[in-house]
Write a protein that binds this ligand. Sequence first.
Ligand code: SF4
Length: 284
Amino acid sequence: MNIVVAESAGFCFGVKRAVSMVEEQIELHPDKKIYTYGPIIHNENVVEHFRQQGVEVMEEDSDPASYEKGIVILRSHGVSKKVQESIMAAGHTVVDATCPFVKKIHNLAKDASEKGDYIIIIGDRSHPEIQGICGWIEGRDFTCIETEEEAENFSLDDSTRKITVLSQTTFNHKKFHDLVEILGKKGYDIYALNTICNATEERQDEAARIAGEVDVCLVIGGRNSSNTRKLYDICRQKCPETYFLETADDLNREVLCSARSVGITAGASTPAKIIQEVISKCQK
Ligand code: SF4
């Protein structure tokens, strides 16, 4: 049986970096209290693994001062300036594991707003990444746009004011261009920067390609991981024999009996160890 494993399966660059920063802090400071601001990734296995090594999750929206002083590691999708400052003001040391691609958006939002631009963020306003980005805008003079209707309805009192448009890293490229086009037709002075990260799209394209070439496709990830569910849907369209696994225990060997080829991919928060366990089970 031929097993094809997607190169882009599992952690992206930013998540890998954040997880290794937690490992590094555990090693460097065995005597200190270590927290992650919210779960470091949306994977209970990983969070539990760190919990057993003494890493506690600091609840978002809680008061950092109510926790024993320690090291607080910020997640890959970042936090607002206010949150970062409140953690430091409570006497904790901040270790910033914000993905450099997200940090770049924080800096762009901050610089453009300091120059007086109005900021439009294209993305899901309820997502922590967007909330973090909005929290770096000086003067809080901004709006979030996610749908064509919102873009159509947008208007600014001062039509001569420059507008900087930024996007959530995981937003869809085509949708971003469509929304910018709608905004562009309104006659404002718009400077749009596509700040979408390609990691998600590359993972989805590779998954679709592999699913189209194999008899059985296995998609590994948490049941509540939206990017894994999306991968599953993409693969299922190309390969009817697509299965969703959380761990190797979910793999029913019978589905592999008549398969000559198996494709394996995984969501952005699936650890390499779980992917490897599924590969080993297939090989057996
Ligand atoms: Fe991963 Fe891209 Fe998000 Fe960074 S910006 S955490 S690389 S998906």
